[in-house]
Write a protein that binds this ligand. Sequence first.
Ligand code: TXD
Length: 316
Amino acid sequence: MARKKISLIGGGQIGGVLAQLCALRELGDVVLFDIVEGLPQGKMLDIAEVGPVDRYDVDLKGTNSYEDIKGSDVVIVTAGLPRKPGMSRDDLIEVNSKIMTSVAEGIKTYAPNSIVIVISNPLDAMVTLCQKITGFPYSRVIGQAGVLDSARFATFIAWELGVSVKDVTAMTLGGHGDDMVPLVRYASVNGIPVMELLEQKYGAEKAKEVMEAMVKRTRGAGGEVVALLKTGSAFYSPASSAISMAESILKDQKRVLPTCCYLQGEFGVSGYYVGVPAVLGEKGVEKIIQFKLDAEEQAMMDKSVAAVKGLVDSMK
Ligand code: TXD
């Protein structure tokens, strides 16, 4: 089997963790690109020098030249500014659109056959722009938000119920903004509905309140980290989340992961990138998984999509 190649555009906080995770899991050879001279080279030298300790053996290269991303199977984009306390993701649109434009042109020229996973914020808008500029098929340009938003939701549920995070399944749909849609009805502990367990613990009325608080915390979870860090946003968790998507693609695992995908009628949405469950394999998005939302869920989805539309349309 030919060795896989992963290129990471943006060598900041998330980019560095992505590189280390790729190495630890031996997903393939890794290129870290940044416009800052020395930054990607220094990080990759640092990660390479611990191969003998962590026992990974992959080629690791830091670069300021797009030529080095030639032949990439997967490209993950984190280039762009992160939020500061008090900022919304949408406040980043102007500056990050400029950055994404140059990044997407680099990918189009040097890695035309790659599958691109965008992480930069505002996520839904940056994926849209990246696809537009590269001109790649929709199945090969996707965004990471849902894996992380879902993991945050699952974490809060596990803490609340005092059970292992390994046994909680939870998913969020919609845009990567404050209107994202945590799916309460499908949240479970090994298949047992979370709402039923909360009702046992608290009674019906209080259970609803507790769930509402967890939904609210999930929606604001990115901002909670930003407020604590003061100088940047979450980086371990977005990196791990994107790696689970990249791994499913590189190993053709066909995992079903909440992914920012281009919708053409699914969930009543046409012509926009929004988070939905998708099968990720060697071709990128191989299938969007549809299922019935109830009236309340559909209303939340519509509100989230309206926010995405507003932002994306403002770029035109
Ligand atoms: O789940 C998610 N999707 C996210 C997204 C969760 C958390 C943070 N998320 C967003 O990822 C965040 O709002 C930012 O827009 C990106 C990257 O976050 P990170 O924390 O890694 O930001 P850094 O540390 O500032 O790194 C950004 C790097 C930095 O090294 C810059 O020099 C580089 O991007 N940069 C560029 N690289 C390539 N090309 C250009 N033009 C460029 N401009 C800046």
